[in-house]
Design a protein around this ligand. Sequence first.
Ligand code: TXA
Ligand code: MG
Length: 345
Amino acid sequence: MQTEIIRVIDPERQEGDLRRAADVLRAGGLVAFPTETVYGLGGDATDDGAARKIYAAKGRPSDNPLIIHIAEPGDAGRYAVTNPMYHRLAKAFMPGPLTVILPRREIIPTSVTGGLETVAVRCPSHPVAHRLIALAGVPIAAPSANLSGKPSPTCAEDVAQDLCGRVEMILDGGACEIGLESTIVKIDGDSLTLLRPGGITYDALCMVCDRVTVADAVTHQLAADERPISPGMKYRHYAPATPVVLLDGAPEAVLAFLRQEQEHRRCAILCYDEERAALLPERVIPVGGRQDLAAQANRLFHALREADRAGADIIYAHLPPMEGLGLALYNRMIRAAAHTVRKIP
Ligand code: TXA
Ligand code: MG
């Protein structure tokens, strides 16, 4: 398959390009598109055949369900059974990086939901995503636009690297603003379970809901016999081929360790901007200031891809804090590292 890549700078002036992409979707084809979180690999969420194509293109196990993307928060009721908590969340955070799990309506096939009776619903704020979904006139099922097991793509080049020849079209809307996938919550009456942390933080959710629980799997490894609440939790996500080790210790001790390792090993290092000058330049990838969690979130996935290409035997990175946006970083990084944390005394 020939993949057409279209640069979309101004969605309003490029309505014709977006109409063509919407036509591809309505005809059952696949279009990768930018969102404010990461790029999505889109197909018509009401079309069983399109869902199967998405799983095939990604090489993804078909029991790991897809998120459906809607143009307006109010559209959710057509595809899922909404409730008062959904409307509160929608008012506070949509459009934006929040996904809500709700009971599915018949119109969404179980091939999209991985056989579940619930469906994940999200209303992205990115203008290209918004216009594309509105023009398609159907909800768009879209997992992150990476090959299964690879870090999510945060720019069109990373999408092309994984999916060229596997999808009809890639809309290039530049770099994603947030860089980590959406926050996912499940509603149980008037309480929420946080299944995947993202741009909407735990603290932000607490402003809307008094009872927010963080699912164990967000910060801990599932036991072999444990059944996850969200199927995606059981997969080794975000993993580069090179082993990743997270370092936990006082800043000076960690920096000294890294310098020493550079002498002995071919290591790639995801470092803070402030540390760069103190390290040898080879295979060193700055990911943002130590305190700048937004920059770190924004650069993490691309940095992991870069580190993986650097020809290193091991990738070192810092163990993030668990507060604020740090929880989302922590969740992605412990998975990338397969829970390998090294304490530096
Ligand atoms: O930011 C995002 O959410 C991006 C962009 C493209 O919107 N999409 C994304 O999709 O990250 P994906 O497929 O890579 O991750 C979806 C996650 C999976 O971990 C899946 O298990 C979970 O959502 N999920 C989907 N439907 C679910 C359901 N009904 N119940 C529980 N978890 C669900
Ligand atoms: Mg994904």
